[in-house]
Design a protein around this ligand. Structure first.
Ligand code: G6P
Length: 613
């Protein structure tokens, strides 16, 4: 939700900022702007994407060596030129960019208006610029940094903030509470950003700001302190992301690149952990808490969006392979309903970004109540990865497309490895069973590769036939019920077609009323132990003239005969099936969205990282 970037050094700041904003655009893309300090405070901003801003900046000739930038996902105030960031103080001396929500902004705004301030935008952010200027100009002997601290003390809500002052042309001020921010330390240059992507290629040294912290940076120095003014020495981390990972590598969209990366990302996720030779699984990140997991009364999984779907697969996996009871919660609901969780429970949060506000809130709530809090995250250094007591990284590489693909499969792989390790430790799985599972799991990357190689063309053709279908129904059973939800979500997100995922048998309790000759029904019929029941469900759809698209194992003639279209995928163990069945569904949604002319990587109204509640 909103991306922030800042630069001070010898390069042309607008170039660094625009390049950085482009990489952060997945966080929000309804408007963008930058402010530069160069003999004055100059800004350019407006509705639209970063490319539109870049054109305006080129025409305006805006130059300088210090500046801040922002790409917006609107919360308060519609996306328009005025509501775009940066927001300026009344005198025009201070510029602010913000990610987060200032919850008491109406009260503060009313107070500022009563003291004669004029507001131009409908945003919550503008009050920061106005209040800060008021405090700075009216409090005697207060430094700008202290004025920022005093301002932040009046603010309730969340923020990642970057601030510049016309009279301090060599400094950028930043502060964090609830919205991510990091510093990049270069040679005679410094960067700030919401995540590491704008910094890659300039430096690999980063400092992550924690909640309640602020920093002042110049081109060759930085100082971090708390909002309460306590100086801090922060650890400098090494980034391990390369430029190739954050570029499209010849693919038309990040989403397609990320779908096709899955044989590799799944293998990366298993590397050094799944050992076929000595028949073992090593998950270093949770080794120390394995006993707690063995003794856990239950595991509660909390997540949002696609990560919630992988959590649902996790429920089936943990209960089958480790005989540990699992509940899966929407992180947003968990947090607000006085959850009965405490000592002896494990809360497992799953998040690609590691920055989803509701998931972070769930984590904190469970921690407060005494549960052991573990995480599965993709982004190293993210808030969730730092606040959980232990966890496992998915190592899927940066995921830029807003619709999550390779993060889902990597999360399911981690959950599978966790469930297998736990099952082994608990004595639920014999060495022999373990060996069979490990061997089969190790074959998943090549099976995914096979699906991508052999089905891409037929899925493109099929997508052509269903491009203008107004609705879709996705049905699955057991491990593939969450995949039905995920397939429907992918289609909704990027093609704006209404789609619902349902447990196949539940269809009889409502959705069956929707089925007629216009309704494409995607059935995921690739698990053996539910095959017969699934065939009955397909018959029920067919009897009502629904158009059946099936995802099935090899040459399953029973399913094939009932289907208008079928996609054959290699057989695997039932419990690994989601790792294969989801692939054709990702491709189907991708090609339908492309046919409809949708912006696949930046679907309307969505953002990759939802850092507001
Ligand atoms: C947003 C994204 C989804 C993602 C969800 C959870 O809605 O658009 O793709 O699944 O957030 O994100 P997380 O980073 O916590 O997995």
């Amino acid at each position: 939700m909103c991306g922030i970037v800042g630069y001070v050094g010898n390069r042309e700041a607008s170039e660094v900022l625009l390049k950085g904003l482009k990489r952060l655009e997945y966080r929000g893309y309804d408007s963008a702007g930058i402010a530069l300090v160069n003999g004055g405070l100059h800004f350019n901003k407006g509705k639209g994407k970063v490319d539109a801003l870049a054109k305006k900046i080129k025409q305006s000739g805006l130059e300088g060596h210090l500046g801040i930038g922002h790409t917006r996902w609107a919360t308060h105030g519609e996306p328009n030129d005025i509501n775009s960031h940066p927001h300026m103080s009344e005198s025009g001396n201070i510029a602010v960019v913000h990610n987060g929500i200032i919850e008491n902004y109406t009260t503060l705004k009313k107070q500022l208006i009563s003291r004669g301030k004029t507001f131009h935008s409908q945003t919550d952010t503008e009050i920061v610029a106005q209040l800060l200027e008021e405090i700075y100009t009216t409090s005697r002997g207060v430094s700008f940094e202290q004025a920022i601290q005093l301002t932040l003390k009046q603010i309730v809500g969340t923020y990642g903030l970057a601030i510049v002052n016309k009279d301090m042309p060599d400094k950028i001020f930043i502060a964090r509470k609830g919205s991510p921010l990091l510093l990049g330390i270069g040679e005679n240059e410094m960067f700030i950003a919401s995540d590491a992507s704008p910094i890659v290629g300039y430096t690999n040294k980063v400092v992550y700001l924690d909640d309640g912290e602020m920093a002042t940076i110049t081109k060759d120095s930085y100082s971090v302190k708390t909002i309460e003014d306590v100086e801090l020495t922060k650890e400098v981390h090494e980034l391990a992301i390369s430029i190739d990972e954050i570029e499209k590598a010849g693919y038309p969209h990040f989403m397609l690149k990320e779908i096709f990366e899955q044989p590799r990302s799944i293998a990366d996720c298993m590397r050094g952990r799944l050992n076929v030779e000595n028949n073992s699984i090593q998950l270093g990140g949770i080794e120390d808490v394995m006993d707690d997991l063995v003794n856990a009364k239950r595991i509660v999984i909390a997540a949002c969006g696609t990560s919630w779907h992988s959590g649902l697969v996790g429920e089936y996996l943990f209960e089958y392979l480790a005989k540990t009871p699992v509940e899966v919660e929407y992180a947003s609901e968990f947090r607000y309903r006085d959850p009965l969780v405490g000592e002896g429970d494990v809360l497992l949060v799953i998040s690609q970004s590691g920055e989803t506000a509701d998931t972070i809130a769930a984590l904190r709530e469970a921690k407060k109540r005494g549960a052991l809090v573990l995480g599965i995250c993709n982004v190293v250094g993210s808030t969730i990865s730092r606040e959980t007591e232990a966890g496992v990284f998915t190592h899927a590489g940066p995921e830029i497309g807003v619709a999550s693909t390779k993060a889902f499969t990597a999360q399911v792989v981690v959950l599978t490895m966790m469930a297998l390790s736990l099952g082994k430790r608990k004595g639920v799985l014999s060495q022999d069973e373990m060996s069979k599972f490990i061997k089969e799991l190790s074959k998943i990357p090549s099976k995914v590769e096979y699906i991508l190689e052999h089905n891409d063309e037929s899925i493109q053709k099929m997508a052509g036939l269903f491009t203008y279908a107004p609705n879709f129904l996705y049905l699955g059973r057991s491990y593939n019920f969450p995949v039905a939800l995920e397939g429907a979500l992918k289609l909704k997100e990027i093609s704006y077609i209404h789609a619902e995922g349902y447990p196949a048998a539940e269809m009889k309790h409502g959705p069956i009323a929707l089925i007629d000759e216009m309704m494409p029904v995607v059935v995921i019929a690739a698990t053996d132990h539910t095959n017969e029941k699934m065939i009955s469900n397909i018959e029920e759809v067919k009897a009502r003239k629904g158009r059946i698209i099936s995802i099935m194992n090899d040459e399953n003639s029973d399913v094939m005969d009932l289907s208008e279209f079928h996609i054959s995928i290699p057989t695997t163990n039932d419990c690994f099936s989601p790792l294969l069945t989801v692939i054709p569904l990702q491709l189907l949604s991708y090609y339908i969205a492309v046919n409809r002319g949708c912006n696949v990587d930046q679907p309307r109204n969505l953002a990759k990282s939802v850092t507001v509640e």
